[in-house]
Design a protein around this ligand. Structure first.
Ligand SMILES: [Fe+2]
Ligand SMILES: [Fe+2]
Length: 293
């Protein structure tokens, strides 16, 4: 059960609302929490392995530019963004401690994540990588919020965490790319496009390699053989039913369009629905989520 929830709306941007929610995953650590199914579960647990390191990286790469921005509104959005991602980091660390408590070698699985995130040293390249990953998380989030029933058979604390995360990822989906545009005012469009898609390619391929490598570690820990039958079923789960990866593909590919801008996809309705869901799940605390200050 959630231990508490305090909504902390940014006084300047009510679109990005950090919510201090404890989901208590460590206290409710559950093996195969998604429909009692190892493969369905690993599609989400495998993602969580990337998140604490990733979220710290995103905060650093955006904060690097916050004080240099002329657009103070955007600087304030970075602030709301960072608070949201800091709460995410805390909850995903708790999640990964739960994985550790179930016997999974989280440290071993995080190693290549740390290495991959350390490759780009240039702040602009790190910002472009953040834009790419933010697009991937926003994509998965919109798929999740469009079809929340796909998580019906997930254990409640996990379902709540992923729904909350999806909502906040959509709320801040445009911040990183807005910063990239703001800090490269003189850069020709084609060059910014190249920067963007190169960063996406440099992100998505290592992500897949690390993810699949970690799936094998999860399976080995559970005593499950990763032969041809295992991988065929894995493909079925990610591409057919529930098919999260297939559902994500069109949106992921839209990043390769030259005029791509996250703001061109209107998610207001999805966000409103997710906020209503959140108010229902956390009724005692959701009511006062008005403006601060
Ligand atoms: Fe996040
Ligand atoms: Fe994010």
């Amino acid at each position: 059960m959630a231990a508490g929830y305090t909504a902390i709306p940014s006084p300047h941007d009510e679109d990005i609302i950090p919510r201090d929610i404890h989901f208590g995953i460590l206290g409710n650590a559950t093996r195969h929490w998604f429909d009692g199914d190892m493969i369905k579960t690993v599609t989400a647990d495998g993602l969580s392995i990337f998140l604490p390191e990733g979220e710290r990286y995103f905060i650093r790469s955006l904060k690097h530019y916050a004080s240099k921005l002329k657009d103070r509104e955007l600087a304030r959005e970075i602030n709301g963004y960072s608070v949201q991602e800091a709460f995410h980091t805390r909850e995903h660390e708790d999640y990964n401690r739960a994985l550790q408590s179930l016997g999974y070698d989280v440290e071993e699985m995080e190693k290549p994540v740390r290495y991959a995130l350390g490759v780009a040293k240039n702040p602009l390249h790190r910002l472009a990588v953040t834009c790419a990953i933010e697009h991937l998380t926003a994509t998965l989030s919109s798929v999740t919020l469009r079809r929340p029933e796909l998580l019906d058979k997930a254990a409640a604390p996990y379902r709540r965490l992923w729904m909350w995360h999806a909502l906040e990822e959509l709320e801040h989906k445009a911040v990183a790319l807005d910063v990239l545009k703001a800090v490269t005012p003189g850069m020709p469009g084609w060059k910014r496009y190249l920067l963007r898609v190169t960063a996406m390619n440099a992100t998505i391929f290592p992500f897949l390699v690390i993810f699949l490598r970690n799936v094998r570690i999860f399976a080995r820990t559970d005593g499950i053989k990763t032969g041809i039958r295992f991988w065929l079923r894995f493909l079925w789960v990610v591409f057919v039913s529930p098919g999260f990866w297939r559902r994500c593909m069109p949106l992921v590919l839209s990043y390769y369009l030259p005029g791509f801008d996250p703001k061109n996809k209107d998610d207001a309705e999805l966000i409103a629905k997710a906020r209503a869901w959140l108010a229902e799940e956390f009724p005692a605390q959701a009511a006062p989520a008005g403006k601060a200050g």
